[in-house]
Write a protein that binds this ligand. Structure first.
Ligand SMILES: [Fe+2]
Ligand SMILES: [Fe+2]
Length: 339
């Protein structure tokens, strides 16, 4: 009997956009092929996903003090055995663990994807003949991201233990098309510039304040362990991004990379603003969620505003980018001022 082929996988439109040459953009780069519209992964750190599915119940009045008190009681194990709890407390704890399982499962996927993309970047660095130190750093970051995926999996296990008593975790299903960058431009240095700018300069830079905020109220042991490691590593990943960017700007194709970066930066910033701006409505989480390293969407947006003011703008100005290239940054900074 002939075997039936499974239907083709369709990637989530939320995670891809078409990156085409901008009309009127300066520079002389050309698309690397004239095939179907290329896809670009646009969620560099995987923290900005639609959160509406996570709302397992309407958020009650949020009391940070209450969360801290409960958080100190949050173990990585069956709650009924840890101490006596009344039914409402138990429900809140299970609800928090259920939300944590959803959120940390997504983080597992995002970390795994980061590992794959960074290893692809390392290969491009080799192809372009860039410094061995940069290649080694990219490979080190690949290893970091795999560790982040493993630590995040431990958090999912801990959450499952609470929600069902069974710490098993289903094997990871990731859209394979999202695990590699796509060649879109010639020369290769332009694709490197795009990947570096969006994933590392923008993505890993905002990751630092984001994870700092996420870690602040995290007391569940597995989640805290994961966030301690992730936060420490993201600083290194951010610095790698800006180092690589500088090296591209001063390299053989430096002038072209600079014009290209100035032309594509506004659309990258626009995508960030659209992703994070939409989270601003979520101002609170139910009790116990923060203990697992979760936080409301509003704080994601605030972290992005902070990163723009303290990192993106000064770093890009120091690299000599003109004000036209930074035009979208005002919108990101307003995420903080409109609080
Ligand atoms: Fe990571
Ligand atoms: Fe990272």
């Amino acid at each position: 009997m002939p075997q039936r082929l499974p239907p083709p996988r369709v990637a989530s439109p939320l995670k891809s956009v078409n990156a085409r040459p901008r009309s009127g953009a300066s520079g002389s780069w050309i698309p690397s092929s004239s095939g179907p519209p290329p896809r670009r992964y646009t969620d560099p750190i995987g923290l900005c996903w639609p959160r509406h599915e996570d709302k397992l119940q309407p958020p009650p009045i949020f009391s940070p003090r209450h969360v801290r008190t409960r958080a100190t009681l949050a173990p990585d194990g069956p709650l009924r055995q840890s101490r006596r709890m009344d039914e409402s407390e138990l429900t809140a704890e299970v609800t928090a663990a259920r939300a944590a399982a959803v959120e940390w499962s997504r983080r597992v996927e995002a970390e795994y994807r980061s590992a794959a993309l960074t290893s692809h970047l390392a290969h491009w660095l080799l192809e372009a003949g860039l410094s061995h130190d940069l290649v080694r750093l990219a490979l080190e970051i690949t290893s970091d991201e795999l560790s982040h995926a493993e630590l995040s999996t431990e958090v999912v296990r801990a959450a499952h233990l609470i929600t069902s008593g069974d710490p098993s975790v289903a094997s990871l299903q990731v859209d394979r098309a999202s695990l590699s960058y796509i060649r879109e431009w010639e020369p290769l240095e332009l694709d490197l510039t795009a990947a570096c700018l969006e994933t590392f300069c923008l993505g890993e830079t905002v990751a630092v304040p984001l994870f700092r905020r996420l870690r602040e109220h995290t007391t569940v042991i597995s989640a805290r362990t994961a966030l301690d490691r992730i936060l420490a590593d993201e600083v290194k990943h951010r610095d790698f991004g800006w180092l690589l960017f500088e090296s591209l700007l001063s390299g053989r194709e430096g002038a072209l990379c600079r014009d290209f970066a100035a032309a594509v930066l506004p659309s990258m910033v626009e995508r960030l603003a659209a992703s994070y701006g939409g989270l601003s409505d979520e101002v609170a989480l139910p009790p116990g969620h923060r203990a697992w390293g979760l936080m409301p969407g509003r704080e994601y947006a605030l972290a992005l505003g902070d990163a723009t003011r303290r990192e993106y703008r000064p770093r890009l100005i120091a690299l000599g980018f003109p004000s036209q290239a930074l035009v979208g940054l005002d919108a990101l900074e307003s995420l903080v001022s409109s609080r």
